[in-house]
Design a protein around this ligand. Structure first.
Ligand SMILES: [Fe+2]
Length: 254
């Protein structure tokens, strides 16, 4: 596994989190974001997310210190929440995932945009994504996704495989105890997206790899269709299926 020093494509995007530079107002915004999301999350998030959140000792009141989060996470699954300067091109992003380094932004939204930011911030990245990285099967799936995509330079194929990322990592659902639970970061970190699912504004179908591959991503509207897995083994196996299809040069979606 490459260390930070061995990352080549992502190296110029790595940064430091200047934790002491956060103002009291920013810690207060974090606290408000967490307290707004928690009632829905406690009821409707997947148990793996909730266990991950607890295991990372994330504070309700103060912004997370990424080094401290990683110090807990790394011994569990090898993942690290690595500070980056912002949006990264795909090859650099995949390189980091393959190295189990989650590109994590350090800026926080302002009070005017508590519900939505066009680009991910530390709330989306840490509150939304990082707790799932404590789950061993999800952790392996995400690193494998990065490894597979790192080896592909065909844009059309990457767009197809990106649909799997979108409908799992970002907007994934899971059926647990006879109910639909959320684990995708876009649902965890957004009241509007999560409520859309819970209030049945969105059709939920079982996760079938070929159907996911055939469902384009629409970033500018609420979802009308999302997919629920039965267990994280399913997404782990989906990546192995995709890898075999790529290796054999067969169609991705059959
Ligand atoms: Fe995300």
């Amino acid at each position: 596994m490459p260390t930070a020093l061995e990352l080549s494509k992502a190296a110029s995007f790595l940064t430091e989190q200047d934790y002491g530079a956060y103002a009291a107002e920013q810690h207060a915004i974090w606290a408000e974001l967490v307290s707004r999301r928690m009632p829905q999350i406690e009821q409707h998030a997947a148990r793996e997310y909730l266990e991950g959140f607890e295991s990372l000792c994330l504070s309700y009141n103060r912004l997370p210190e990424l080094a401290a989060v990683s110090a807990i996470l790394e011994p569990r699954t090898g993942w690290n929440a690595t500070p980056v300067s912002g949006f990264m091109p795909a090859p650099a992003f995949f390189e980091m995932l393959a190295a189990r380094r989650f590109p994590t932004t350090t800026w926080l939204r302002s009070r005017d945009s508590l519900e939505y930011t066009p680009e991910p911030d530390i709330f989306h990245d840490v509150f939304g994504h990082v707790p799932m990285h404590a789950h061993p099967v999800f952790a392996d799936f995400l690193a494998h996704y990065g490894q597979i995509c790192s080896g592909i330079d065909n844009e059309a194929i990457l767009e197809r495989i990106g649909r799997v990322f979108w409908y799992t990592v970002e907007f994934g659902l899971i059926r647990q105890d006879g109910r639909i639970k959320v684990y995708g970061s876009g649902l965890i970190s957004s009241d509007g997206e999560c409520s859309n699912v819970l209030q049945k504004g969105c059709e939920v179908r079982p996760f079938v790899l070929n159907e996911v591959l055939r469902t384009p991503v629409k970033v500018d509207e609420m979802h009308h269709l999302l997919f629920a897995i039965d267990s994280f083994d399913q997404v782990f196996e989906a990546m192995h299926t995709l890898e075999a299809r790529i290796r054999n040069g067969s169609r991705l979606d059959d």
